[in-house]
Ligand binder design. Structure first.
Ligand SMILES: NC(=O)c1ccc[n+]([C@@H]2O[C@H](COP(=O)([O-])OP(=O)(O)OC[C@H]3O[C@@H](n4cnc5c(N)ncnc54)[C@H](O)[C@@H]3O)[C@@H](O)[C@H]2O)c1
Length: 436
């Protein structure tokens, strides 16, 4: 079977490479010429553990190809995955222009039966819209005699462990209205079927909603524990013990109960706001998710205030920030709390020095007037405070004695609660965590 993946970003590249690993012929298309040129040269444009190896292997054996020509990819394929970006608009609704553009192209060049799959995260009813757009373009281009099924197959991979998540997912969700398309997708995912990954086969709207409900629920856990952390600080409780004891209850689970600077990344912030927005279009309020969003936005400012209190105001101070990506093991800085905190520190008159093991290049496109440093020790030079913003492994065993010699004042604001207060204080540092 040959398939096409349109959009070769974090999701598209992992999807394409992993299907090639299953033995399927994959053409990945992207309109970004520079990205495709790099991929054709064997260079991986994103940092994602384990991805380089499988891209290289499958490019070499001819199962994985890259092109800027969506038509060429569509013509070769039985199944076409739409994996383009679906960014937020100012009002929280989802910008579907990229999905629309790809749907239009597919309709214009369809040359036989195809299964078109929405892999991008799209508001409920978008897969129906994709079908309408394709059929409209087919009619207008004289391709009306061909058939096409449209399926929703949301993606749940996490950046940082995307390859592993794709090859060993918790579940595969397929939303479709016709048996032929379901059979083809099951065939495509056969290697996962064989290792007994659960398949949830539903109608299209259900599949679309599963993705939003899952992300919104996880985001809600984060906001929930952050509000409990804020209370813990006031009443002299330690939120870690609270979260641990809560998590030992199997009905709750310990996952996503980590207090910190709030959730970020390319999914939770936009998907929660999108769910609130498109629910309203159907006349339904999502009050819990709306509160989750509001709590998350307030958490960023709380972190800035925490830093300010730790060093007696921000104006004229130098703050060193460790970590820029929204979580470890990725170079993705989209909606990263670290970046928003840096912007607010700067707005309050602080100078910022920073370092990230992988996200310096992506962050440099988003930040102005910061000093990009060589490592944590370079960041510490002349800093009034170090802020641990992203819990990369290399920040987990810092040499505080050495850091202290470089800093103007030895203060650690640990937004990820990586360190134990007593140990850091013993080394002469003032310590502030979250919810402890
Ligand atoms: N990143 C994640 O962890 C993740 C996880 C699950 C779901 N998703 C969803 O998957 C989708 C893609 O996310 P991503 O992070 O991979 O985005 P991304 O921005 O990394 O990649 C999207 C790619 O699509 C390309 N593109 C846009 N329009 C195109 C067109 N008309 N033709 C060809 N290529 C086009 C862009 O150039 C870009 O390379 C989004 O809907 C996102 O919500 C993302």
């Amino acid at each position: 079977m040959n398939i096409a993946v349109i959009g070769t970003g974090y999701v598209g590249l992992v999807t394409g490479a992993c299907f090639a690993e299953f033995g399927i012929g994959v053409t990945c298309a992207d309109k970004d010429e520079a990205k495709i040129a790099r991929l054709q040269d064997g260079d991986i444009p994103i940092f994602e553990p384990g991805l380089e190896e499988i891209v290289r292997r499958n490019t070499r054996n001819g199962r994985l190809r890259f092109t800027t020509d969506t038509r060429e990819a569509v013509e070769r394929a039985l199944v076409i995955f739409i994996a383009v970006n679906t960014p937020p608009q100012a009002d929280g609704s989802t910008d579907l222009s990229y999905v629309d553009a790809v749907s239009q192209t597919i309709g214009e060049c369809i040359d036989g039966y195809k299964v078109v799959v929405t892999k991008s995260t799209v508001p409920v009813r978008t897969t129906e819209r994709v079908k309408r757009t394709i059929e409209g373009a087919m009619q207008a281009s004289g391709n009306g005699r061909h058939r096409c099924s449209v399926v929703s197959n949301p993606e749940f991979l996490r950046e940082g462990s995307a390859v592993e998540d794709f090859l060993r997912p918790d579940r595969i969700v397929i939303g479709a209205e016709d048996e032929e398309a379901i059979a083809i997708l099951k065939d495509l995912y056969r290697p996962l079927y064989l290792i007994e990954v659960p398949f949830v086969i539903t109608n299209v709207a259900t599949a679309e909603l599963i993705k939003y409900a899952s992300n919104a629920f996880l985001a809600t856990k984060v906001s929930f524990i952050n509000e409990i952390a804020n209370l813990a600080e006031k009443v002299g409780a330690d939120v870690h013990h609270v979260a641990r004891a809560m998590g030992l209850d199997g009905r709750i689970s310990s996952k996503f109960l980590h207090p910190g600077p709030g959730y970020g990344g390319s999914c939770f912030p936009k998907d929660t706001r999108s769910l609130v927005s498109f629910s309203r279009e159907f006349g339904v309020e999502q009050r819990i998710v709306s509160a989750t969003v509001a709590v998350n936005e307030a958490q960023t400012q709380r972190m800035v205030e925490k830093i300010s209190e730790a060093i007696g105001g921000l104006s004229g101070k130098t703050v060193g920030v460790l970590g820029l990506s929204y979580k470890p093991n990725t170079d993705d800085v989209r909606d990263s709390p670290a970046l928003e905190i840096i912007r607010r520190l700067q707005a309050s008159g602080a100078r910022v020095r920073c370092f990230d093991p992988q996200a310096m290049a992506t962050a440099a496109l988003e930040l102005a007037d910061v000093a990009f440093c060589d490592d944590a020790y370079d960041v510490a030079k002349d800093s009034d405070c170090l802020v641990l913003a992203t819990e990369w492994n290399e920040f987990r065993s810092l040499d505080f004695a050495r850091l202290g010699t470089y800093m103007t004042t030895p203060v650690l604001v640990d937004l990820r609660n990586v360190y134990v207060r007593a140990e850091v204080e013993r080394l002469g540092f003032r310590y502030e965590g979250v919810g402890r």
